[in-house]
Design a protein around this ligand. Structure first.
Ligand code: BJW
Length: 231
């Protein structure tokens, strides 16, 4: 999952002409070096993102995936994992439970002094104390360039056990997520891309469907649940 699935909820994507990074150079906000150089700029960038996440609502694509999560049986090999690069909580608010945020979460703050993580709705630019250790050492709980994404073992385990890999609304520009389709191919999985336009790695997919996620995802979920019922 990528930024495209939340675009119709009003959360800006990264690389579009009107994208988030048209306002900021990526190396000024999404690297550990940027945070060391100008913590106030980076904290304010993520304070604004947090506000945008809190104001957004799930769209029909999130709702459809939550329906799939609820109705796709966990027993008899019917497993499912929603791996998202997005830092919003719209899958969870739509009702999905099997969600893995590989690039961290906007509504989480990570204490660099004591390593505690806290659910966080407020601001960080004003240097609040960590509720666990009292140090003013909280940073956004976000995976920046050069940092290790979360849950890689669980993701590779899920790929090894899967029959189908579906990529939704991501440009295929950022690794390791951009490489999952090649891993899926090497493992012999069926692969499907749902995106507004072809992604950078589109040629790796067995099938590409182009259009808005709010239309493509509900259609695909309906197909999956029907095929499951009829099969
Ligand atoms: C719609 C739609 C609609 C629009 N409906 N669709 C050289 C070569 C290869 C790799 C590297 C390299 N140099 C460095 C690297 C590694 C680096 C990397 O990939 N760099 C690239 C720039 C080349 N990666 C890392 O550093 C990662 N860590 C790492 O690799 O650790 C080592 C490791 C090794 C081996 C295994 C495991 C680990 C960390 C990456 C962290 C990325 N973090 C960010 C910012 C933080 C989150 C945040 O602030 O929100 O995450 S970057 C940014 O890009 C964000 C996103 O999650 C990520 C992906 O963006 P996404 O989702 O694809 O958004 P867009 O805007 O690019 O695309 C939107 C798409 O939606 C488009 O396709 C539209 O068409 C579509 N769309 N509207 C359907 N309505």
């Amino acid at each position: 999952m990528g930024a495209g699935i939340s675009a119709e909820s009003g959360i800006r994507t990264f690389r579009a002409e009107d994208g988030l990074w048209e306002d900021h150079r990526v190396e000024d906000v999404a690297t550990p070096e940027a945070f060391r150089r100008d913590p106030d700029l980076v904290q304010r960038f993520y304070d604004d993102r947090r506000k945008a996440v809190l104001a957004a609502q799930p769209n029909p694509a999130h709702t459809a995936l939550a329906r799939l999560d609820a109705q796709w049986p966990r027993e008899a090999g019917g497993d499912l994992l929603i791996v998202t690069q997005n830092i919003d909580d719209l899958h969870e608010r739509a009702g999905a439970a099997r969600v893995l945020h590989m690039h961290g979460e906007a509504l989480s703050a990570w204490c660099t002094a004591c390593d505690a993580r806290h659910h966080w709705h407020g601001t960080l630019a004003d240097g609040p104390a960590c509720p666990a250790c009292g140090e003013p050492a909280l940073r956004p709980d976000i995976v920046w360039f050069g940092e290790m994404p979360y849950g890689m073992d669980a993701i590779y385990d899920a790929l090894r056990e899967a029959d189908l890999f579906v990529s939704i609304g991501t440009s295929g520009a950022v690794y390791p997520a951009a490489g999952f389709v090649q891993q899926a191919n090497a493992l012999g999985l069926a692969t499907l891309e749902l995106n507004l336009e072809r992604s950078q790695g589109s040629h790796w997919f067995g099938e590409s469907r182009l259009g808005p996620a709010s239309e493509l995802v509900p259609q695909w979920v309906e197909e999956m649940l029907l095929a499951r019922r009829d099969g």
